[in-house]
Design a protein around this ligand. Structure first.
Ligand SMILES: Nc1ncnc2c1ncn2[C@@H]1O[C@H](COP(=O)(O)OP(=O)(O)OP(=O)(O)O)[C@@H](O)[C@H]1O
Ligand SMILES: [Mg+2]
Length: 484
């Protein structure tokens, strides 16, 4: 491909050269011929004038004059008859009055013409001047003129061809460079066509080839970006698909366990255990516990999907932080008492307000406190605090419980993720509590965070946007929250 381009460029240069040579040859031979004829005609005329002026023209000396002038000399009388000729017998020659050069000179002007000599059958250049007795004509064979013109042509062609050597070499070098650069661009384009979008450094230049290379590199970069984006999207979709599959597996597993238990104990009861009052009560209690678990699970799943799909309708309003915390703590106080756990709520500024849905915040707080109660041994302490951090209020539920290993923390807010599955189930957990907390916090314009130390305790926090009198206009968080 590359060499073909190179050959084409070379062929074009050679074509131009041949055309130039032909043009030079044509013009040079024309010009040389014309100027040579002109010179020869002038010289023959001068020689004729010299011969006529030197001595009185004696027919007997015409032969000598011819030899001295290096031309055929003819003396013609006024009637056109030949008086003497340096190379032929005058008597045998016909009347010359009709030849154009003789006719002109008999009329008093210098005349010239080129034609075939009848005597010698070759082309001659004739020049005739008027003399006293008639006309004096000098002639020379054109072969000589032609030979001289040919020699001039040859020399001109040779020098023209020589003058073209350097330009041809330069053109060949340029052609080679162009074809080499084109070759690299074609190679690069082929790589792009095969899906290799790694940007390459083509030689930088401001000419068209340089620009083409630049455009290709630019295109490769854009394609690379697009492919990367598609790959990312693909990976994201695969991840989502995995999450969806995991979710379906988890849900069916979580449903199956209590259902199997209910089914098993019901069958046992029907098989006769109903008759035994002790077993009867025990089995019915287990069945109720599992039914409650199922109800909790379904209720948690519904809450989660409503919040995730943004179908949950929130009643956003300005809420006093102290009231929100007090209400939630009060509702958990009986549970804490039962486990001999101290539930503390240190005071904080009464005028702090947040903009949120009070039910959502209540659910976040009770989920966190429920966990703290579940994973804190008797005699422990749970402290709920509120701090202001810029435009947010940070609420923290800190316990003195079992703690969570560091490596578990990043996945804690995933659905169904539980550190100790058996213990969580035993405590009636579904593993959805923290996932609900996270999605609810996000829906309120806040976020969640956790820190924990094994054997020391855990600290779960979430943020809520502050509702101060300073908010203005549409940029306020409240607009985006109420709209969605
Ligand atoms: N305060 C805590 N101390 C120690 N571990 C905790 C604490 N809170 C949560 N965890 C761990 O995080 C896991 C996930 O909590 P999450 O609230 O999502 O589920 P759950 O409490 O097991 O069930 P649910 O809250 O749905 O009844 C729990 O199983 C537990 O292992
Ligand atoms: Mg929980």
């Amino acid at each position: 491909m590359t060499s073909r381009i190179f050959l084409k460029l070379c062929a074009a240069v050679l074509g131009v050269l041949v055309l130039a040579l032909l043009a030079v040859d044509f013009l040079a031979s024309r010009v040389a011929e014309a100027s040579y004829y002109e010179t020869e005609t002038r010289m023959l005329g001068e020689k004729a004038r010299l011969i006529s002026s030197l001595a009185k023209l004696d027919p007997a000396r015409v032969r000598d004059a011819g030899a001295a002038a290096g031309a055929r000399v003819t003396l013609i009388a006024r009637d056109g008859s030949v008086v003497a000729d340096s190379e032929a017998s005058a008597k045998q020659m016909e009347n010359h009055s009709e030849y154009p050069e003789v006719k002109a000179s008999l009329n008093g002007m210098e005349g010239s013409s080129v034609r075939l000599s009848q005597a010698r059958n070759i082309q001659f250049l004739y020049v005739a001047i008027p003399v006293e007795s008639g006309a004096l004509r000098l002639a020379m064979p054109l072969e000589e003129v032609k030979a001289n013109v040919d020699s001039i042509r040859r020399r001109m062609l040779a020098s023209t061809a020589l003058a073209f050597v350097l330009p041809i070499l330069i053109a060949a070098l340029i052609a080679r460079r162009v074809s080499h650069r084109l070759g690299r661009i074609i190679e690069y384009a082929a790589q792009l066509a095969q899906g290799n979008f790694t940007p390459q450094h083509l030689p930088v230049a401001s000419d068209e080839l340089g620009q083409l290379g630049g455009r290709l590199t630019e295109t490769a970069g854009k394609l690379r970006g697009m492919v990367d984006a598609l790959e990312r999207e693909h990976n994201e979709l695969e991840k989502l698909e995995r999450v969806r599959k995991d979710f379906v597996i988890n849900v069916s597993h979580e449903l199956r366990t209590p259902l199997a238990s209910i089914q098993g104990y019901t069958e046992t009861l029907l098989d006769g255990a109903m008759e035994e009052p002790e077993l009867n009560l025990k089995f019915l209690t287990i069945i109720r516990k599992n039914a409650e678990r199922l109800a909790n699970l379904i209720s948690d799943l519904l809450t989660l999907s409503r919040v995730e799909l943004k179908q949950q309708k929130f009643q956003f309003a300005s809420q006093r932080v102290a009231r929100l915390l007090n209400d939630s703590v009060d509702s958990m106080q009986p549970m804490a008492k039962r486990k001999s756990i101290e539930l503390r709520l240190p005071p904080h500024p009464e005028n702090w307000h947040v903009f949120c849905d009070s039910e959502a915040v209540h659910q976040i707080l009770t989920n966190l406190m429920d966990n703290a109660l579940k994973y804190t041994p008797e005699g422990g302490t749970i402290t709920i605090t509120a701090e202001r951090s810029g435009k947010m209020i940070l609420v923290t539920v800190r316990d003195t419980g079992v703690g969570i290993p560091k490596e578990e923390l990043p996945r804690l807010f995933e659905r169904f993720y539980r550190v100790d599955k058996a213990r969580s189930r035993e405590l009636g957990g579904t593993g959805l509590g923290l996932a609900i907390v996270k999605h609810l916090a996000l829906s309120q314009g806040g976020d969640v965070q956790v820190s924990s130390e094994l054997g020391v305790g855990s600290s779960f926090s979430f943020t809520l946007p502050v509702d101060d009198a300073g908010f203005q206009g549409k940029t306020d968080i409240r607009d985006s929250l109420t709209v969605s």
